[in-house]
Design a protein. Structure first.
Lengths: 276, 356, 294
């Protein structure tokens, strides 16, 4: 279009990209430096290849304030996957029931689910903790994941997706003889595949990035997620080994960033079409 | 192949009655077209037969047994949808095979049936494609194929041609007729298009506001419309309808201003002065130098014929269809041949046939 | 909106909604009810007796200058985070909406940070702003600007705002770009034919058409800044120095989990709930408008 304004747009976008790439490069580079040098304030943008050994070290051995990173990565991955799949499964089922059936108290059920939108963990910290300890779920993996599996957002999104499936498609399947399970498996899920993929990305990132919830219900170091681990590591300010913190941060970033990058197309579509 | 009988079939949506009681008997292999303006209840009638809606009352007898309580899957009926409703994630082959798989038909039997239907419809080279890779006409064929492979007792067509362009519509219309004859499957076909209705149906059922107004062969409906609604609905351009009164002891009608037309087919019942509606199709109007003067408003040349729309001396709108080109001048003289006259009662709108 | 046809039967759908419903009741409604109940009770210093005190916890809360300070601080923090991250994202999205080379690449580079955890964002900003090891922090000190967000209240607030806003830019960018792309090209072209150019065209044509997206994102960003920045704040400043970066959520956590003042913490929870309900109601209002509803 216009050469001069294009040039300006390139400049803006390059600065924007740098705004995110620079800190990332800094943390990657910093992870390879000598911790004493970092503490002296000699953080540099030039990585030291000989320092790459820190990754093997943080993965297998504990750091001050936290256990080995491989273990935390497993807990985080387990938590993120359990939450993502759990939310998708129970939300698909409940949205299917609400969209394709009529049953007593259908709208009541829908509104009860809807209300959870208004009750994030942050506003019910103490009572939820009480409920969790009554149920004996403190410091257990189910305690870490199951309570986060209820999802109004996913249910609303699937309901919207399901309502957008043309009536005639549903009727054609019924004329072909498909019952509720067959229709769900053969038609509805394949047709909604793109939305499910997008939601998977959103929920995986959500599960991976949780902080307050694990902080609350899992005090056992064996159940530390990597996000918890990082905050613990920088909490011990005086003898922080910054190269280890940075290596851990890189490892904490990698899985969700990979998921977003690999599924970017579906993810952006699902996010903007589904509204949150 | 099966016979279909509807007995006093009714449907209400909440307090609104959409169908007021339909009675119908179809012979095996017959093609019956349900025609009417949008909102007349024709699609609802089709969906009741399909099992997609639950009737408020009445019975649906397929081969003598009542299928009203059954699920669509249990009725052995196939349907072709307006928007085709193809499964977007399945190939053409899988779209056609899906219903057979659910019914547990053996794999090679499915293969044979789908292949022969594809052959019949010219879909063989497209079997591995997805619906989005097909043109509108090809999708339409797949939707037909999906119904054909089922070898059902009854075919239902819900305005299947309305999403095609004009040329393709004519072509598919002929194809549907050919296939239906060849397979001799009892078929119900819903449309709002009177040309489709006239050309496809063995018989027509004209619906108006949820009530059946005429059930007859297309020619019978055209030549002897049961009431003014049917008269105006079937035929293009629409029949001219204008008020008149019975006179001369029931042997003629007067219409303003003082024009008298004598019936050629017999005396109509009732006292002189009974209010009537007269009808004449535009193509039956005669050019007659001794006739009434028609002020020409608009001329629509159609190539081989011309439609002239004008006003009679009393201001009544009147259309005339002429073979060949339009007449010159701002007016023309026309007369109404009594042999082609349709007579209706003005109060009920019903056709008024000669008494005795 | 409802479907024209449905499956018959009620047992299967009830079984299908049951898991979701059970989780919702056990982990959402029950705790919320408990919060409302304990917000109206008070436990004595020895934790032996609990008594009903009505709305006393609330009246205590709203007469406590510390709490009122926290509200004021949180409102400022939320507004700053929302304004900063939406502003930056809008500029980037406007640039990326153009038909320029590498725009696919730019989009990838601006979308991936969605995946960064708030806690990890904090680590990245420590590397930039820490007074001793941070790249920028050290530079500021070296040119004679005293910089230590661990000691200086204003600087601490600035740091948590920067880190929190930075993390949310990607999300806003995705929505702004989608919003810009949904504006029909013909409208922009008509504005060009009318002679509207540059920023004037943006302000008079593009921005009004983008307003639904702006409102939607405003609510989302306020909710984000109020709740999801907990980890960022804890990791960066732990709410300090003093209470300089203590937001409402940080305070609930401190009073409830650290200081074990259940009554006050529950009352604060109920206040937050009311806040979320208002924001959610607003969001659905604008969502309705966004999809042309009403």
């Amino acid at each position: 279009m216009n050469g001069r304004t294009d040039w300006f747009a390139h400049l803006v976008l390059c600065l924007g990209a740098l705004l995110f790439l620079l800190p990332i490069w800094l943390v990657i580079s910093g992870s390879t430096l000598d911790p004493a040098a970092i503490a002296r304030g000699e953080l540099s943008l030039v990585p030291r290849l000989s320092g790459l050994g820190v990754y093997a070290s943080v993965l297998t051995q504990g750091s001050p304030g936290a256990g080995p990173v491989w273990r935390m990565l497993m807990v985080s991955a387990g938590m993120a996957l359990a939450i993502a799949f759990g939310k998708i499964i129970i939300s698909v089922l409940s949205a299917y029931a609400v969209a394709f059936f009529r049953f007593p108290f259908r709208m009541t059920a829908f509104w009860i689910i809807f209300i959870t939108l208004m009750l994030p963990v942050e506003v019910r910290i103490i009572p939820t903790y009480t409920v969790m300890s009554n149920l004996g779920l403190i410091n257990t993996f189910p305690g870490l994941t199951v309570p986060l599996i209820a999802s109004a957002t996913a249910t609303l999104l699937f309901r919207q997706t399901f309502l957008a499936v043309p009536d005639e498609l549903f009727e054609a399947a019924r004329m072909d003889g498909a019952g509720p399970w067959r229709f769900l498996r053969d038609i509805l899920l394949p047709v909604s595949a793109a939305n499910i993929a997008a939601l998977f990305v959103i929920l995986f990132v959500y599960g991976w990035n949780q902080y307050l919830w694990p902080l609350l219900v899992a005090t056992d170091p064996k159940l530390d997620t990597i996000v918890i681990g990082i905050v613990k590591m920088i909490g011990t300010e005086t003898q922080t080994e910054w190269n280890r913190v940075m290596a851990t941060a890189v490892l904490a970033l990698l899985p969700p960033v990979m998921v977003v990058m690999l599924m970017q197309h579906w993810f952006v579509k699902g996010l903007t079409e589904g509204d949150k | 192949m099966a016979s279909l009988v509807l007995e006093n079939l009714r449907k209400n949506f909440g307090a609104v009655a959409v169908l007021h009681g339909i009675d119908l008997a179809m012979a095996s292999g017959e093609m019956l077209v349900i025609v009417g303006a949008s909102g007349c209840g024709k699609s609802t009638l089709l969906r009741l037969v399909a099992g997609l809606e639950v009737p408020t009352g009445g019975r649906i007898l397929l081969d003598g047994s009542d299928v009203a309580p059954l699920d669509p899957a249990e009725r052995d009926i196939a349907m072709v949808f307006q928007n085709y409703a193809l499964y977007p994630h399945m190939s053409v082959f899988d779209n056609m095979a899906y219903g057979l798989r659910i019914r547990g038909v053996a794999k090679d039997a499915i293969r044979t049936r789908v292949d022969s239907a594809a052959e019949m419809l010219g879909l063989t080279p497209l079997l591995m494609r997805k619906p989005r890779q097909l043109s509108g006409g090809q999708r339409q064929r797949v939707a037909m194929g999906r119904a054909i492979v089922r070898q059902p007792k009854l075919f239902l067509f819900d305005e299947p041609l309305s999403n095609l362009d004009a040329k393709l519509r004519v072509q598919m219309r002929a194809e549907i007729r050919r296939l239906q004859r060849r397979m001799a499957v009892t078929s119900l076909y819903v449309t709002h298009d009177q040309v489709e209705a006239m050309t496809l149906g063995d018989r027509l059922l004209v619906l108006h506001q949820g009530r059946p107004v005429q059930l007859a062969t297309p020619m019978e409906v055209f030549e002897n419309p049961a009431n003014t609604y049917v008269a105006g609905f079937i035929g293009a351009p629409s029949m001219n309808l204008f008020p008149a009164a019975l006179s001369h002891g029931g042997t003629a009608a007067v219409f303003s201003p003082g024009q008298v037309i004598a019936f050629t087919d017999g005396r109509r019942p009732g006292a002189d002065g009974r209010k009537l509606i007269l009808g004449i199709r535009p193509e039956h109007v005669a050019i007659d130098p001794a006739g009434m003067e028609l002020q020409i408003d608009l001329i629509e040349p159609l190539g081989s014929e011309t439609v002239v729309i004008g006003r009679l001396p009393d201001g009544e709108l009147f259309s005339v269809k002429l073979p060949g080109a339009a007449p010159a001048g701002e007016s023309m003289a026309v007369s109404i041949p009594a042999a082609h006259l349709h007579v209706f009662d003005a109060e009920t709108g019903l056709r008024l046939d000669p008494a005795g | 909106m409802e479907r024209r046809t449905i499956f018959s039967g009620w047992l299967l759908p009830v079984v299908l909604v049951l898991p979701q419903l059970a989780l919702t009741v056990v982990f959402f409604l029950w705790p919320a009810g408990q919060a409302i109940w304990s917000s109206m009770t008070r436990t004595d210093a020895f934790g032996i007796r609990t008594m009903f005190v009505g709305l006393e916890n609330f009246s205590d809360l709203f007469t406590d200058p510390l709490y009122l300070d926290t509200i004021e601080r949180s409102v400022f923090f939320c507004a700053a985070v929302a304004a900063l991250s939406m502003g930056v994202a809008l500029v980037l999205a406007s640039a990326a909406d153009r038909e320029i080379r590498f725009r696919g690449l730019y989009r990838v580079l601006l979308v991936w940070p969605y995946a960064i955890a708030p806690a990890v964002a904090a680590v990245l900003w420590i590397l930039l702003l820490h007074p001793q090891i941070g790249l920028i922090g050290r530079w500021l000190n070296s040119i004679g600007i005293p910089w230590d967000y661990k000691l200086n209240d204003t600087q601490a607030m600035l740091v948590v705002i920067l880190a929190s806003a930075w993390k949310q830019v990607s999300y806003n960018f995705i929505f702004f770009l989608a919003g810009l792309q949904s504006i029909p090209r013909a409208i922009i072209e008509a504005a060009r034919m009318d002679g509207a150019r540059g920023f004037f065209r943006f302000r008079t044509v593009v921005l009004p058409l983008l307003m639904p997206t702006v409102f939607f994102l405003l609510v989302v960003n306020l909710v984000y800044a109020a709740f999801d920045t907990f980890a960022t704040i804890i990791a960066l400043t732990d709410g300090g120095p003093g209470k300089a970066t203590e937001t409402l959520v940080v305070k609930v956590y401190r009073d409830g989990v650290v200081n074990l003042d259940i009554g006050s913490s529950s009352a604060q929870s109920v206040v937050l709930m009311a806040g979320v309900i208002v924001l959610t109601a607003l969001q659905f209002r604008f969502l309705g408008r966004r999809s042309g509803g009403g």
